[in-house]
Design a protein around this ligand. Structure first.
Ligand code: DX5
Ligand code: ZN
Length: 222
């Protein structure tokens, strides 16, 4: 993967919510490619985060695409209000969704790109039948629910497998990774085949500021 082809998606879960607009503006100025919004309902994952009103506010302060990572029990229920709020794309989990194809079709009917997400214990093989219908695959490199966790190293071989599947079946589909991405793990994920890196703590939790943190991440990619 060419260094310039790797996209950065700052996750606002790690941002200072009292200064959210400012932090997103800093990320945009520093060359972020999209903003990753983690939506958690306290059921699908044991944590609560944010809903459509945050997207509505962010829409007014950034031109960057807002990608919505839905960690909720019934994603279909929330799609309309997130689109109305100004969301640009959706990432929905394979886990717990008995009608994933229907969810993906609903996202497409709303005119938005869809991505499918798989957790660390889920095999890449579950993607085979849905790959043709999505624009993106998100491989969780931690168990979803919280920021600031350690990268799960066994996901590296899965990133590689997913990249191979995509080259065979649907080239152009993004391979995104999420969780524990920092200057140490980013080069490993990119070498394995990832081309979009979500990072929360490594971007918003750095004492030297958002721009310096993003520069550090970019510099770490070979
Ligand atoms: C975790 C979320 C991640 C989280 C990543 O469930 O999906 O997007 O914000 O945070 P870091 O980069 O701190 O691991
Ligand atoms: Zn996420």
């Amino acid at each position: 993967m060419e260094k310039d082809a790797v996209k950065l998606a700052p996750s606002i879960l790690a941002a200072d919510f009292a200064r959210l607009g400012q932090q997103v503006a800093e990320a945009e100025q520093a060359g972020a490619d999209r903003i990753h919004v983690d939506v958690m309902d306290g059921h699908f994952v044991p944590n609560l985060s944010m809903g459509a009103p945050i997207v509505q506010s962010l829409r007014r302060v950034t031109r960057l695409p807002l990608e919505i990572h839905l960690m909720v029990t019934d994603p279909d229920v929330f799609l309309d209000e997130f689109v109305e709020a100004g969301s640009d794309s959706f990432l929905v989990h394979w886990e717990g969704n008995a009608n994933l194809h229907r969810t993906v079709q609903r996202i497409k009917a709303l005119g938005k790109p869809a991505g499918v997400v798989i957790n660390p214990a889920t095999s890449a093989s579950v993607l085979e039948e849905i790959l043709q219908d999505v624009e993106q695959v998100l491989i969780m490199t931690v168990n979803p629910g919280f920021g600031h966790q350690h990268f799960v190293p066994t996901t590296l071989s899965k990133i590689h497998r997913v990249r191979e599947m995509i080259e065979k079946m649907k080239s152009g589909c993004d391979v995104e990774v999420d969780g524990g991405i920092d200057a140490k793990t980013a080069p490993l994920a990119v070498a394995a085949g990832a081309n979009v890196l979500v990072a929360g703590t490594a971007i918003f939790g750095e004492s030297k500021g958002v721009a310096a943190a993003m520069e550090r991440l970019r510099a770490a990619i070979p």
